[in-house]
Design a protein around this ligand. Sequence first.
Ligand SMILES: [Zn+2]
Ligand SMILES: [Zn+2]
Length: 151
Amino acid sequence: MSHEGIRFVDKERAARETEEPRPLSRIAVTPEKVRVLLSEGKGLEIDWQDGHRSAWTFAWLRNACPCATCNEERGKEGRKPGQPRTKAAAVLPMYTPPPKPASAHAVGRYAIQFNWLDGHTAGIYSWEYLRRFCQCPECTFNDEETAGAPN
Ligand SMILES: [Zn+2]
Ligand SMILES: [Zn+2]
């Protein structure tokens, strides 16, 4: 009843632990269909040319704004893209409605831009950025495992 000799060779894990972001093929960052669910207030959905499907809530997108100002703020607060401010860090304890854009439009062939109801419009969300932060269970599971590693 010995389990000696059983070894797990986890090549995928080893690959994930390297610093390099995983390379994405062109079809993985080229949308087939883009749906902005404005009236439903739900968020953004993209079907990619490689068959993958991604969805993000507007709250996530607002907290993942890739503009320089938001990037810097997140860096200072140690937040990852899409991660909301903690309750304690919020300046005003008043109710704030969930973020929603008034409109959205394509930026060239590579990105989408939102006109948020709070007046912020600086963020240009490239397809690659969005794909790298795909929120589907499969993609977020891999992220969490990497982030949760003890060393
Ligand atoms: Zn921003
Ligand atoms: Zn995914």
